[in-house]
Design a protein around this ligand. Sequence first.
Ligand code: NAG
Ligand code: NAG
Length: 371
Amino acid sequence: MDRLSCFCLFLFLSSLLFSAAVSVSVSDVSFDESEDLLIHQVVSDGDDLLNAEYQFAEFKTKFGKTYATAEEHDHRFNVFKANLRRAKRHQLLDPSAEHGVTQFSDLTPREFRQNYLGLKRLQLPADAQKAPILPTKDLPTDFDWRDHGAVTAVKDQGYCGSCWSFSTIGALEGAHFLATGNLVSLSTQQLLDCDTECDPEEYDACDDGCNGGLMNNAFEYILKAGGVAQEEDYPYTGTDRGLCRFNKTKIAASVANFSVVSLDEDQIAANLVKNGPLAVGINAVFMQTYKSGVSCPYICSSTLDHGVLLVGYGSAGYSPIRFKEKPYWIIKNSWGESWGEQGYYKICRGHNICGVDSMVSTVAAIHTTAL
Ligand SMILES: *[C@@H]1O[C@H](CO)[C@@H](O)[C@H](O)[C@H]1NC(C)=O
Ligand SMILES: *[C@@H]1O[C@H](CO)[C@@H](O)[C@H](O)[C@H]1NC(C)=O
């Protein structure tokens, strides 16, 4: 609500300025600019179809898309055009990021949600603790775990709602690095095949492979199972729950405990710096069209539908429409390196935007020298 009224106020102010400029006719510049804007919009609407055809051809080449039938092709082209319009809307609502064509531009929002996200909203498992309140006085102004060797290369969940597994494993990879000094890529597939942890109150709400899951449940599974294998020994196939091939002789990392961090940005930052990358839930609606920059949408639902990894923060990403520097979070995603900024996303800090502060978990790894 706060952001929405800010936006309206901004429009109101600029229209005030605009009418003032016209009535005293001092500013031809601002008048011309708005004329230009109108003309530009009309022209680009006329060009839309040609432009969309060109962009669709480029999209198909770039992402190696082929469609089985002419009907499928036409359907995907229509979805693509709708997504071009959505990207334009997202650009208006989120001017400090760049929105446009991504590898998800031929998917409806529903297909995108069902097949590339996968966060289920379940209750906290029994062993989840509350993270103790940490001092926040001496936090660095900028911090990035990638600079300290705690983050593995960006992974790709593929056509599978397994985000929850990547978020969980990312946090454990960081915690394991802090406990042992070794950065080991850990198995997300083990969670898909073996983790069927359920909500303690609703026994039909469980971690369920490509159909979604929850990071806290996955920590609970790892705690009970004794650990996870490394990626090399239990590689990702991106296929739904298969036979569990976990072998206890191949444990590469184990969970000591995991905790939920309070909804407070300073506590989140303090836990990040002290304990390593954090597993967080987020609303991914702007991520379907995101290309780069600091995403800071005026309106974004805080309904969580995606699990990602918070790896750092920055104090100053420029927001053109707000005429000032905005602090932001740095987020590792699991859609490969060709998405976003080499697989990463930046979202502004300060207002729980897209729910980014509302489900944050930290994990500690057992100090082992196994392997
Ligand atoms: C687990 O791994 C060990 C050592 O490689 C092997 O001897 C054992 O047969 C494996 N167990 C299963 C159930 O595959
Ligand atoms: C979690 O485990 C770590 C490592 O064993 C320990 O230092 C920390 O105090 C534990 N945290 C909680 C909240 O129990």
